[in-house]
Design a protein around this ligand. Sequence first.
Ligand SMILES: N[C@@H](CCC[C@H](N)C(=O)O)C(=O)O
Length: 279
Amino acid sequence: MKFTKMHGAGNDYVYVNCFEETLPEDIASLAIAVSDRHTGIGSDGLILICPSEKADAQMRMFNADGSESEMCGNGVRCVAKYVYDHGISNQQTLKIETGAGVLSLDLELAGSKVSQVRVNMGKPILTSAEIPTLLPGDPPVNAPLEVGAQTLEVTCVSMGNPHCITFVDEVNDHWVHGIGPQVEVHPMFPRRVNAEFIEVISPAELKMRVWERGSGETQACGTGACASAVAGVLTGRSERNVLIHLPGGDLRLEWADNDEVFMTGPAVEVYQGIWRGTQ
Ligand SMILES: N[C@@H](CCC[C@H](N)C(=O)O)C(=O)O
């Protein structure tokens, strides 16, 4: 199976061009195998670039534990880069079908290759039943969430996939590795959740680390950055236009007046290879 390794702000996935490749039926096991950083290719998960009847391509995204997610913000920028750079489409505005609907993406070129992508990520989902969470409020804003001996104040937002945002004084390992895994599987989140921890540098600048559902800590999470930008506005901590610093790079976010969230960030191809399985 031919694959391409790509990343967006350090959030790295193995990408397979399903216009050309045929995959085994058990994609969850394939995602677990390729993602392993010791015995596989090493990645935060597996992303399939597939033909679509309503868009230039369809993205399917699997976490490192084999679970399928509805959306991946950093992934969809890389899918757009792949579609353009590999000649599947020559348009500089692309439509990509995802589990969160068909998204529109504007490509910025450096020479003949895509370097940055601006994505219309659509409107955030703010009803607790749809996020989904059992916490009260549409959406829950600064809602109490008991984790061990601590009570966090969390704000929940879905960008097609669920996010639980906690604003903290200092983003550190205690939050990401101590609290993140407990938030991910907390009974208040029936489909598990991605846990973001945010330090406010100024109303226009946030620092974020994430514990992702199904993959653990990653260098960046695009949907998490969108959800955190929305949470910053909902809690009165930040402006509608913010720069978010993540361990793997920066993302620019705007929650526009028409309620749509726009994310701009890099997309990078690292190498191509052939996966021969785990014989
Ligand atoms: N890193 C991604 C999100 C990937 C999916 C997530 N772990 C989930 O299960 O929802 C992004 O850039 O959005």
